[in-house]
Ligand binder design. Structure first.
Ligand code: ATP
Ligand code: MG
Length: 286
């Protein structure tokens, strides 16, 4: 591990102080599901998350430019040798207390909410939608950034306004949706449906809006192979849904410590993460 002061240890990443208002974000091979870190790591996962994020930051720069915003990546090369490939040197931000989720398709907790209320958050939806359906237009479905051990909580737009102010709330909603649309367009050209994703934004010392964290990875997004997309049931995916499904079928109660993953589940999960990287970027993962 790098010889720098540890600032925070998240479920997946270690955050180090790199001096001069910079952080070193190091992605581990840990995998989390249902807000628990699983005891079994997924080999190469940290490198896939980092390298895919680095690729996306570049792809998304025109969208950020159009909003007068920026991303936090300074370098993925100028990092300590022992974490090379899975670390990013970034600008240190004051993170907004909101997870900015965009959904273009109905899935998971979105489907549950729709079945209960006919809408997602404050956005009414037409009847007849099922798991996997494309929404008439992408929707912004923010949640709180939970404290360690807590679960993220769905919030409506009015709560985002309370948390960050009206102007900033509108700005992050529009930017979240614009980034989702561009991400979905790029994914589509690689044969992948970007069903939903989560962004995190922060403020630079001068108050500018900056896209932080990881972006459009299999940890923060649902990726479905476009060729097999067929609404009405759970979709095959290149993300951690496979692990969530395995955990559910294992009978784990989501409260007690999660079980070890068997070797074949580890291997199949690694393959999904690598496939997401390779399909999206069009380059082999090494
Ligand atoms: P948390 O531990 O915050 O509840 P998490 O388990 O998702 O969430 P990780 O993703 O493992 O955490 O760690 C990354 C942490 O670094 C997150 O808390 C994220 O908000 C934060 N972060 C990402 N980019 C920046 C940045 N540029 N400046 C400051 N903090 C950042
Ligand atoms: Mg995170």
């Amino acid at each position: 591990m790098p010889d720098l002061p540890l600032v925070a240890r998240g479920k997946v990443r270690e955050v180090y102080d790199a001096g001069d208002d910079r952080l070193l974000l190091v992605a581990s091979d840990r995998i989390s599901a249902y807000d628990h870190v699983l005891p079994t790591p997924i080999p190469d996962k940290g490198r896939v998350l980092t390298q895919l994020s680095v690729w996306w930051f570049d792809q998304l720069t025109p969208v950020l430019d159009a909003f007068g915003a920026a991303h936090h990546l300074l370098s993925a090369d100028d990092v300590p040798a022992d974490v090379a490939g899975r670390a990013m040197l970034v600008r240190r931000l004051e993170m907004l207390p909101v997870e900015c989720v965009a959904r273009g398709y109905l899935s998971g907790s979105g489907t549950a909410e729709y079945r209960r209320t006919g809408s997602i958050r404050d956005v009414p939806l037409p009847p007849g939608l099922v798991e996997g359906s494309q929404l008439p237009a992408p929707v912004f479905t923010p949640s709180t950034k939970a404290e360690v051990g807590e679960h993220d909580e769905a919030i409506d737009f009015a709560r985002v306004v309370e948390l960050v102010g009206a102007a900033r709330a509108e700005e992050v909603r529009e930017l979240t949706l614009a980034l989702y649309r561009r991400g979905a367009e790029i994914a589509a050209s690689a044969g992948i449906v970007l069903a939903d994703t989560k962004f995190e934004f922060g403020l630079s010392p001068s108050g500018g809006l900056v896209l932080g964290d990881e972006v459009l990875t299999p940890d923060s997004s649902r990726f479905w192979p476009a060729a097999s997309w067929s609404p009405g049931a759970a979709q095959p995916s290149f993300d951690k849904q496979y692990v969530r499904d395995w955990l559910t079928s294992s009978g784990w109660d989501r409260v007690s410590p999660p079980p070890e993953l068997p070797d074949d589940v580890v291997a199949a999960t690694r393959e999904r993460y690598v496939a997401a990287y390779e399909r999206l970027t069009g380059t082999p993962f090494r």
